[in-house]
Design a protein around this ligand. Structure first.
Ligand code: NAP
Length: 207
């Protein structure tokens, strides 16, 4: 029998996608020997009532534009097409159904988002289904992540962690800053791929 497929699941709102996300996915792919990374733009983030995100279809298209040239990256419409809030557990289970049980899934996203997923209901269940890769900006207080892990995971974390941490300097770039820059008429060139910048400009997003 061959080795199990190792698949990265890059979850995010991607409003918009930027080079920090792309560097994160590529770094995770190489560091954790992933066969490929599937970007999964969230349809309806469960925790985002305070700010309305850009239409999921446009966020999805920007992810397609940004990832098109990387042969190891694909994009899934799974969360966009699924009605209701986008829960990570549903996505991981649906991917396992599609790819087969032998697959090993690595859910890659921001450390704060991972904390949110793990402090929601039944964190043990999702920790059984996948390994998490928490991407952090430099200077992130890692104790915050470790102290907030579920009790069962705290013990295992010392010997056989299911939450791995990856510091990514390029995550100094943030979607919030990009939206603010567009609003203020400041440049976003070199922060997002050229095609994404042109798409934002063409549709007048974030103004
Ligand atoms: P968020 O709360 O907007 O983001 C938290 C931080 O993580 C931000 O600094 C964000 O930076 C960063 N981040 C987000 N996605 C990232 C990625 N793929 N790689 C590196 N950094 C990333 O998080 P979100 O984007 O809405 O959600 C992230 C993922 O977690 C999504 O797949 C979402 O569906 C899932 N989630 C699930 C649950 C649940 O199942 N209950 C709860 C919360 C989140 P930027 O703003 O620059 O991206």
């Amino acid at each position: 029998m061959g080795q199990a497929l190792r698949i990265g699941v890059m979850g995010g709102t991607f409003d918009p996608i930027h080079y920090g996300h792309l560097v994160t996915a590529e770094e995770a792919r190489v560091q954790f020997h992933l066969d490929r990374v599937i970007f999964v733009p969230s349809g309806h983030p469960p925790h985002k009532e305070e700010r309305k995100s850009l239409d999921p279809e446009f966020r999805y298209l920007m992810v397609v534009i940004a990832t098109a040239s990387n042969p190891f990256f694909t994009v899934s419409r799974m969360e966009i097409d699924r009605p209701g809030p986008s829960y990570a557990i549903d996505t991981v289970r649906e991917l396992k159904r599609e790819l087969g049980d032998g697959v090993e899934l690595f859910f890659i996203t921001g450390a704060d988002a991972i904390l949110e997923i793990l402090t929601w209901k039944e964190p043990e269940k999702i920790l059984e289904e996948c390994i998490f890769i928490a991407a952090t900006r430099p200077g992130y207080d890692l104790r915050r992540l470790e102290e907030n892990l579920p009790e069962s995971e705290k013990i295992r974390h010392r010997t056989d962690p299911r939450v791995l941490i990856m510091e990514i300097p390029a995550l100094a770039i943030s979607s919030t800053d990009i939206r603010r820059r567009v609003k203020e008429g400041r440049p976003i060139r070199y922060l997002v791929p050229e095609g994404v910048a042109e798409f934002i400009e063409k549709h007048g997003f974030y103004r």
